[in-house]
Design a protein around this ligand. Structure first.
Ligand code: ADP
Ligand code: MG
Length: 391
């Protein structure tokens, strides 16, 4: 797949034509990117730092206003059309893709703005459920489309929180804010370092010849959700214990390595190791920002490998398949760094690769992974992209 401007233009043309056939009018087109997290894993719910990039795979929404109270929505991916009344948006998650649309419309309306009827046609390039946040890109592109059809605009950060709330309340996923944030504020040739506490962010340069390659293990272990909740509980219990000595600590973000070592004996070994990951990972994100400022991708990549090791050994959320992919990547020429990304126990690795080495990297790693596991992986070769907007 080529993510060139020409291919985007022909895709938008095709979408526009189909919309016109369906609805007899010319739509306006919006798009919002998926994302990959370069470094900063399991730090978000500890009030820490993350460093995602928006990627040049988008969810596209073609939209026009209607004069009634109906949202008429078609998803190409599901080949399905649904209609909902703007007067009946409330209710718990229905476990259907339209929950995302319903949620965005409902939360926009709850903010006191009049949301008007609309026709939407959705075309997604972000693979669903692969860890590249098709969900946030769907929410953000839908929010842009509905604000335009309804003739009002929210400031970008307000739109981001609308999308996050929609996912919490109408889909039932307690997601952090990173995905919607970077889908909105991402910038081409840049990574975005986000402080999950203050929501301050910084754009950091990524050289034009670096590619972000996401490799999907195609494995998702059953334990992922339960283990995720246990990790969160471990972090919370550590904060509770440490607060007895350090009353200003609100989250692990506030604990230094020296503090952790000082009170180590009061924490069960497992909890201590969870903390050591979170605290060192925050330090790695800050160090990674410095390496990008200095244009030093080798040092950046080194921090990615360290992050993986910490997730593997201290946080214990890796899997054999993820370890195999990182190991294979580390032996490939032109690879700066690689690590698991997302919750863990399967899912994807993120790799930073020199563009002229991508082809060899992909074939080498596909073969090696098949030899080691018998599984054919899926690979997505991406560049850092601009955040959401009208096309
Ligand atoms: P991820 O965000 O990692 O891709 P999620 O499970 O959070 O995975 O979100 C995937 C869900 O988002 C899909 O199951 C679907 O309900 C919705 N979704 C994403 N893209 C589309 C699309 N193009 N059309 C309809 N629904 C979509
Ligand atoms: Mg998601």
């Amino acid at each position: 797949m080529s993510n060139s401007v020409a291919s985007f233009e022909s895709m938008a043309d095709a979408l526009r034509q189909r919309f016109q056939q369906l609805h007899g009018r010319r739509p306006r087109i919006f798009r919002a990117p998926g994302r990959a997290n370069l470094i900063g894993e399991h730090t978000d719910y500890n009030d820490g730092y993350v460093m995602p990039v928006a990627i040049d795979l988008y969810t596209w929404v073609a939209a026009s206003r209607r004069d009634d109270r109906i949202l008429h929505v078609h998803s190409d991916h599901f080949g399905e059309t649904i209609e909902m009344s703007l007067d009946a948006l409330s209710g718990s998650p229905r476990k259907h893709w339209s929950d995302y649309i319903r949620g965005v419309a409902a939360v926009l309306a709850a903010g006191g703005r009049e949301v008007s009827g609309a026709n939407l046609v959705i075309h997604g390039q972000v693979p669903l459920g692969a860890g590249l946040s098709s969900s946030a890109s769907l929410e953000v592109s839908t929010a842009l489309a509905l604000m335009w059809t309804s003739n009002f605009e929210l400031p970008p950060l307000a739109m981001v929180t609308v999308c996050q709330r929609a996912e919490h309340e109408y889909v039932g996923t307690r997601c952090g804010i990173m995905d919607q944030f970077v889908s909105t504020f991402g910038r081409s040739y840049h990574a975005l370092m986000l402080d999950c506490r203050s929501l301050d962010f910084q754009l950091l340069p990524i050289p034009a010849n670096a590619r972000v390659v996401i490799l999907n293990t195609m494995v998702r272990h059953e334990l992922a959700a339960g283990e995720y909740n246990r990790r969160r509980a471990d972090c919370e219990s550590a904060v509770k214990t440490l607060r007895r000595h350090l009353p200003t600590v609100v989250a692990l973000r506030d604990v230094t390595s020296a503090d952790l070592e000082r009170y180590k004996s009061e924490l069960p070994d497992q909890v201590y190791r969870r903390c050591r990951h979170v605290i060192s990972e925050n330090q790695r994100v800050l160090a990674a920002a410095e390496t990008l400022q200095a244009g030093d991708l080798n040092r950046f990549g080194h921090l990615m490998y360290e992050s993986h090791r910490s997730l593997q050994c201290d946080y214990q959320v890796s899997s054999r398949e993820l370890d195999v992919l990182v190991e294979l990547a580390s032996a490939c020429p032109g690879v700066y760094g690689a690590r698991m990304t997302g919750g863990g126990f399967g899912g994807c690795t993120v790799n930073l690769v020199r563009s002229d080495a991508v082809e060899r990297f992909q074939s080498h790693i596909t073969e090696g992974y098949k030899r080691a596991t018998g599984i054919i992986l899926a690979a997505y070769v991406c560049s850092a992209a601009d955040g959401a907007g009208a096309w």
